[in-house]
Design a protein around this ligand. Structure first.
Ligand code: ATP
Ligand code: MG
Length: 417
């Protein structure tokens, strides 16, 4: 894509109340725009990042048998009364239409997915079932100060599993855990993300968080120095030793919850009376698990972990484009050569953002650092003389001059690294 064609531009002045690094960089880079506290527009560059993240998650969810659907955000009050959450859920947005009908804007979808599953599950032959979606959630978050990490309207991947018994859920839960590790690793958060025992007491074995260590984190976790498993504050109050390996030394860290997984058992199948008949014809409750990831929060977390004082440093897997082709200087032959390089790279399947704007070198290079694409290619009078392109990785200071006829091989090697 040509940068001159983008309808957005990098932003110099952003609201003073925007304190978090992720929101500052995303707004400055015109990845997102803020409409009000906790509510953001995804602009073209941000949309490309979210699409990459979504595809990584989709691949991993499909690999464990997930079937994708989309459920509505507008939800009947009755479903929420069935589980008692119409009155117990503090962050539920409730709306009333002109005829007095009350509805909820969905903050999660157990209340919708369970009655849905009930239409299709009646026998042991119908189980297990794995359903997921990418869908917009609404939550009345009171502390929307962490930029895109805590939205009031935000995109979530929510996944629900339905099983005949707890053993089947247990086995599936381990698969889901592994799929989650794969997702965070593929998004560039592998080293910083810890499986975390989530809640206190006997409930801990039913739920885990995936926590990514960064100073922007709202949570405190204790990471076992021996095995890397983490526990959250409430557990830490109850246990002196690592529940996994028994070691005693923990490091206190700030972290962001990027995802979590729960064994719901019959918490929601119970109220909706979701049952099946087993081989012997006996009626039994369906056992459930639920698995969530916030996509915007994941994008924000990637930035909190991967940035410097100049801007974002995208991991290749989630970068909006792999390459930033930048021309410095306005001589017509420069523009012509850059156009040829751009066309041939794009034709060969590389994702290129081409800064063809008539701006100073300073503006272009600053913008390039801010946007943070993994590989920068500069074409200038100096490089043209040598029939070359200057290649620089965003996460390194090293600059290489690469001959144009060797450029694709060179880039391919960088991308594979
Ligand atoms: P938190 O404790 O941070 O409020 P939660 O326990 O409410 O999270 P869940 O209801 O389990 O979160 O939602 C599943 C996932 O959705 C979370 O792990 C997180 O990645 C994401 N998420 C939750 N709330 C938000 C939000 N307000 N904005 C963006 N993402 C969110
Ligand atoms: Mg919450």
């Amino acid at each position: 894509m040509k940068q001159s064609f983008l309808f957005t531009k990098t932003q110099k002045n952003i609201a003073a109340e925007e304190k978090s690094i992720n929101a500052q960089l995303l707004i400055k880079g015109a990845y997102i725009d803020k409409l009000m506290a906790g509510v953001y527009t995804l602009l073209p560059l941000g949309m490309r990042v979210i699409n990459k993240i979504e595809n990584i998650i989709r691949e991993e969810m499909n690999a464990i048998g997930g079937q994708e659907i989309v459920m509505p955000a507008l939800q009947p009050k009755e479903n929420w009364e069935t589980t008692g959450r119409w009155s117990s859920m503090d962050d539920l947005y409730k709306i009333t239409d002109s005829q007095g009908h009350e509805m909820a804007l969905g903050p999660t979808h157990e209340e919708i997915v369970v009655p849905l599953a009930k239409k299709f599950i009646s026998s042991y032959k119908d189980l297990p079932v794995y359903i997921y979606q990418f869908q917009t959630k609404f939550r009345m978050e009171l502390r929307s100060k962490s930029g895109i990490l805590r939205g009031r309207e935000f995109l979530m991947k929510d996944f629900y599993s339905f099983h005949a018994d707890e053993k089947d859920l247990e086995e599936y839960y381990e698969k889901a855990k592994q799929a989650y590790f794969n997702i965070f690793k593929r998004c560039g958060l592998g080293e910083k993300t810890h499986l975390t025992f989530a809640s206190g007491g006997s409930f801990s074995k039913y739920s885990h968080e995936f926590q990514t260590i960064t100073l922007a984190g709202e949570d405190i976790i204790y990471v076992c120095e021996k095995c890397g498993l983490a526990i959250n504050r409430e557990i830490k109050d109850e246990t002196e030793i690592c529940p996994d390996c028994g070691a005693k030394d923990f490091k206190e860290e700030k972290a962001i919850e990027v995802g979590n997984i729960f064994k719901l058992l019959t918490k929601y199948s119970g109220p909706f009376n979701l049952k099946y008949t087993d081989k012997e014809g006996v009626e039994k409750p369906v056992i459930m698990g639920t698995y969530g990831i916030g996509l915007g929060r994941l994008m924000g977390t990637v930035i909190e972990v991967h940035h410097d004082d100049k801007g974002i440093i995208w991991p290749m897997s989630v970068a909006p484009f792999q390459l930033h082709l930048v021309t410095l200087g306005e001589a017509p032959e420069l523009a012509k050569q850059a156009e040829i390089v751009y066309t041939s790279l794009t034709k060969d399947g590389f994702e290129v953002l081409f800064d063809d704007r008539k701006e100073s070198a300073g503006v272009k290079l600053n913008d390039s650092d801010l946007l943070g694409l993994p590989i920068r290619l500069v074409i200038s009078a100096k490089t043209q003389e040598k029939d070359s392109v200057e290649v620089k990785l965003r996460n390194s200071d090293k600059v290489e001059l690469v001959k144009i006829n060797k450029l694709e091989d060179y880039i391919n090697k960088l991308i594979k690294q």
